[in-house]
Every structure is written in C-alpha cells, then in structure tokens.
Write a protein that binds this ligand. Structure first.
Ligand code: XMP
Ligand code: MG
Length: 178
C-alpha cells in the first residue's frame, strides 16, 4: 500500500462490485433513451471507463473539464470551465459521471450549464458522496458509496494531482495536507 494512505476505504473488488451494480441500474433505466455519458475530467476518468463498460446500451461518450479546487482540499467556490463538449445536446439523455460529490458546487455548475442547452434529460452518477459537506442544492441520481468527512484519493481522485493511479480508494494521511 502507498505509505501516504491511512486506510483503504474501497479495494478493487469492492469498487468493481459497486460499479457493476450502478451499470446494471443505469442499463435498466435508460432503455429506449438516447444516452450520452459525460466524463468530468480528470477525477472521474477511471470511474467513467469502468462504469460505461457495464452499461449494456448503445450510447455516446464525451468529456468535460472544470476546475474548482486549485491545490488545496477545500473548494474555493469558483468553477472554471477548461474543456467543454462540442456535441449538440438537444436529442440526448445526458448522464454526467463524477468522482465525488462534495460541496456540490462543481456539479451544480456543470449540470446547470448543460440543462441550458435543452437536452431531453440530465442525470448525475457519482462514485462517492460526502453529504456532510454539501453547500449547493444538488443530489446524485446514482451514488456508489457514501463517505465520511475525510479526504480520499485514488481511482482518479487526487491530492495535488498525485495518487490518481492507485487502484483503490484510500483515506489520505492528514499530515500530507495539514
Ligand atoms: P465540490 O466541492 O465542488 O468538489 O463538490 C468536487 C470536486 O472536488 C474534488 N474533491 C476531492 N478530491 N478527495 C479528492 O481527491 C476528496 O475527498 C475530495 N472531495 C472533493 C473532486 O475533484 C471533485 O470532483
Ligand atoms: Mg473532480
């Protein structure tokens, strides 16, 4: 295990089970819809690639990148768009995939932005939910796992752009960021 990790929260097997379950639910719910899965870079890239392979439907994929964190562990409340989708959304049922719903500021901003483009629907799938820290009024339609107020990394989640490639989700030791 990486020496900066206090404890493994979700190992490979647990992640895989959670994601297969979510994929099956989504497959069931999106029959006869026109699915466009939107990956929010960079954090949700591992979740998105695994989840999309458990969605047994014809669908399209696209990518969006927003930034709200800078280098710390607390959201500064400002969301900057770095990369947007080119696709016209008017015929699509959009499913946004995100690594973690924390304050909700980032997802709320992205969801509102996409809603303005008149898609058929917009839903949100998050691997992790940290409801204790919610500021924005937003709920995920699909949630993998609820976390306590700890800073977690791995499987796409970073601290200062590190730890994304860990194959598990772990709680980062406090002395790394305090
Ligand atoms: P908000 O606060 O806007 O934040 O919901 C969403 C983004 O913040 C990052 N984030 C985390 N990243 N461990 C991380 O590695 C965490 O515990 C954590 N909490 C929030 C993440 O990039 C998410 O997309
Ligand atoms: Mg992120």
């Amino acid at each position: 295990m990486n020496q900066d990790i206090e404890k493994v929260l979700l190992n490979r097997k647990e992640l895989s089970d959670i994601i297969r379950n979510l994929g099956e639910k989504i497959t069931h719910d999106y029959q006869n819809k026109n699915l466009l899965i939107v990956c929010v870079l960079k954090g949700s890239v591992y979740f998105f690639t695994d989840l999309s392979r458990h969605i047994d439907l014809p669908c399209r994929i696209d990518f969006i990148q927003a930034s709200s964190y800078g280098t710390g562990t607390v959201s500064n409340g400002e969301v900057t768009m770095i990369k947007d989708i080119q696709q016209d959304l008017s015929d699509f049922d959009v499913l946004i995939t995100e690594d973690i719903l924390d304050t909700g500021i980032t997802l709320k901003h992205i969801k509102n932005m996409l809603l303005k483009r008149n898609p058929r629907s917009v839903a949100v799938a998050v691997l992790l939910d940290k409801p204790s820290r919610r500021v924005a009024n937003i709920k995920a339609d699909y949630t993998g796992y609820e976390v306590e107020d700890e800073f977690v990394v791995g499987y796409g989640l970073d601290y200062n752009q590190l730890y994304r490639n860990l194959p598990y989700i772990g709680i980062l030791k406090r002395d790394i960021y305090e």
